[in-house]
Write a protein that binds this ligand. Structure first.
Ligand SMILES: Cc1ncc(C[n+]2csc(CCOP(=O)(O)OP(=O)(O)O)c2C)c(N)n1
Length: 558
């Protein structure tokens, strides 16, 4: 016999069926029945200080664990505060389900207290969203939401639940199967296209693999490595692809694009075959499209057909899951020496390594990241956005997937710290470090309270240059050093700020203090903030100016 329970009870039951272990959120009037049910449940609710951070924490949790992240906010301002976090997850294909409370169905459209049309607002930044008007639809809707968020090209799904739906009694039954007409992601690649790709790889003289976040999402790193080693093809990654291929591997070219390595950008320009896997030819990678990889054929493996030939014209499109397609491709590939090509790449690597002033006269951000890497090579690194993000990408050599968590598509300042908290909640045994700018950290630093209260010991390494550094860098290079609105000035004393929240605060001014500060923070078992007072004028180089070809690179002189 099917028993009757309230919508709120059904909600908790659905989440249990989906094996949800944690929800990040803030309650409010429209969510009270659900929060009341959660009170007695085994699902952990982490109370955050701003709903944007609830979404970022769910996002960081999802990227670190590969599981769907869940966040929750009340109607109106709670729901609208989630928007940046949802857009962020959408741009980077992160599986997330966001639940919002809504005013009672009878009041929708009446400008009721704390009413916002959140399904309307999030329509362009969700894979799909739902407003549940009939309580009986709740289980089926939640089942669909979790399925759609995590399958195909993952992404955020929002479910808006009016208050009366939460208290209405329904006969609960969780659907066993999921069937939504028209939603059938293609997993297997087309055999004929795979055959063509194998031939193109066999024929190519100067191939490269261009790997993106899709490799990590589909757990295809092993297959990618097998393909690269078998065919002796060098691998470059996007920002989100970091960790898809070990960056200490001889075939690794590191990151490509605006702040990529010179050798990756040169190889991309000279290649005769791009094997793009789960990467979307983002404008930060391609630079000027007319000059991008002028001699290359392009194989593009992507689960989302809408990505194929979106910005770069593709020779061999393969729609499918990266792991499944690469597996098939490997079967047909044979070893092929590429002596000339690899020699050329070695020459570029020797001639144009990443470099900075290592004299130790001032505290350099690159040195700090190298030290973090040396002391914590297996850490999960989250980043904010700006110079801090790019230095982290350049100098932290990732060897494993899901170890680099960064806002790639939306470029959201304030993302890294809450994402780090989410990652640590999902992977409590890992060291988690947020590489931050002093500007970005101030956007979400109130979550120190969340980290302390919930005993989530993450470390924030602030590369403190007193500026909105990346914007200052653009002003220096392209706006005649007119530093309009980028001097941060009166930032708080970050060590005192950390202490005020009950976290550990450490200030570092000299290169000699870097190592012990990192060691102290990561072994403290407390949320910790290290305020590194870095050289304020340091720039992120190499750099491809916006709109230039990716081999037109600004670098240190000499
Ligand atoms: C929410 C948001 N607002 C504005 C920007 C534009 N922006 C990009 S980088 C940057 C400066 C970041 O400064 P900081 O966090 O101090 O890091 P730094 O570049 O100095 O390492 C700004 C303002 C952004 N990316 N996100």
């Amino acid at each position: 016999m099917v028993s009757k329970i309230s919508g709120a009870e059904a909600f908790v039951e659905c989440l249990r069926k989906e094996n949800v272990e944690v929800i990040f959120g803030i309650p409010g009037g429209s969510l009270l029945p659900i929060h009341d049910e959660l009170y007695d449940s085994s699902i952990r609710h982490i109370l955050v200080r701003h709903e944007q951070c609830a979404a970022h924490m769910a996002d960081g949790y999802a990227r670190a664990t590969g599981r769907t992240g869940v966040c929750m906010a009340t109607s109106g301002p709670g729901a609208t505060n989630l928007v940046t976090g949802i857009a962020n997850a959408y741009m980077d294909s992160v599986p997330m389900v966001a639940f919002t409370g809504q005013v009672p169905t009878s009041m929708i459209g009446n400008d009721a207290f704390q009413e916002a049309d959140i399904t309307g607002i999030t329509l362009p930044i969700t894979k799909i969203n739902y407003l549940i008007k009939n309580a009986n639809h709740l289980p089926k809707t939640i089942r669909e939401a979790f399925c759609i968020a995590s399958t195909g090209r993952p992404g955020p799904v929002l479910v808006d639940i009016p208050k009366d739906v939460q208290i209405t009694e329904i006969e609960f039954e969780y659907p066993k199967t999921f069937d939504l007409r028209g939603y059938k992601p293609t997993i297997e690649g087309h055999p004929l296209q795979i055959k063509r790709a194998i031939k193109a790889i066999t024929d190519a003289e100067r191939p490269i693999v261009y790997a993106g976040g899709g490799v990590i999402i589909s757990n295809a790193s092993e297959e990618l490595r097998a393909l690269a080693e078998l065919t002796l093809t060098p691998v470059m990654t996007t920002l989100l692809g970091k960790g898809a291929f070990p960056e200490n591997h001889p075939l690794s070219l590191g990151m490509v694009g605006m702040h990529g390595t010179k050798y990756a950008n040169y190889a991309m320009t000279e290649t005769d075959l791009i094997i793009a896997v789960g990467a979307r030819f983002d404008d930060r990678v391609t630079g000027k499209l007319d000059a991008f990889a002028p001699n290359a054929k392009v194989i593009h493996i992507d689960i989302d057909p809408a990505e194929i030939s979106k910005s770069v014209s593709v020779t061999i499109p393969i729609v499918g899951d990266a792991k499944s397609v690469l597996k098939e491709m490997i079967k047909g590939l044979r070893e092929k020496p590429r002596i000339e090509w690899l020699k050329k790449i070695e020459e570029w690597k020797t001639e144009f390594p990443l470099r900075y002033d290592r004299s130790g006269k001032t505290l350099k951000p690159q040195f700090i990241i190298e030290q973090i890497h040396e002391l914590c090579p297996d850490a999960i690194i989250a980043t904010e956005v700006g110079q801090c993000q790019m230095w982290a990408a350049q100098y932290f050599k990732c060897t494993k997937p899901r170890s680099f968590i960064s806002s790639g598509g939306l470029g959201t300042m304030g993302y890294g710290f809450p994402a780090a908290i989410g990652a640590k909640v999902g992977c409590p045994d890992k060291t988690v470090i947020d590489i931050a700018g002093d500007g970005s950290f101030q956007m979400t630093c109130q979550e120190l309270a969340t980290a302390v209260l919930n005993d989530v010991p993450v470390t924030v390494a602030i590369l403190n240059n007193g500026f909105l550094g990346m914007v200052r860098q653009w002003q220096e290079l392209f706006y005649d050093k007119r530093y309009a609105a980028t001097y941060l000035g009166a930032s708080p004393d970050f060590t005192k700020l950390a202490e005020a929240y009950g976290a550990l605060g450490i200030e570092v001014r000299k290169p000699s203090e870097v190592k012990s500060a990192i060691e102290e923070a990561v072994t403290s078992d407390k949320p910790a903030v290290i305020d590194f007072k870095i050289d304020p004028e340091e720039n992120v180089l190499p750099m491809v100016p916006a709109g230039a070809a990716i081999n037109e690179i600004i670098d240190y002189e000499g």
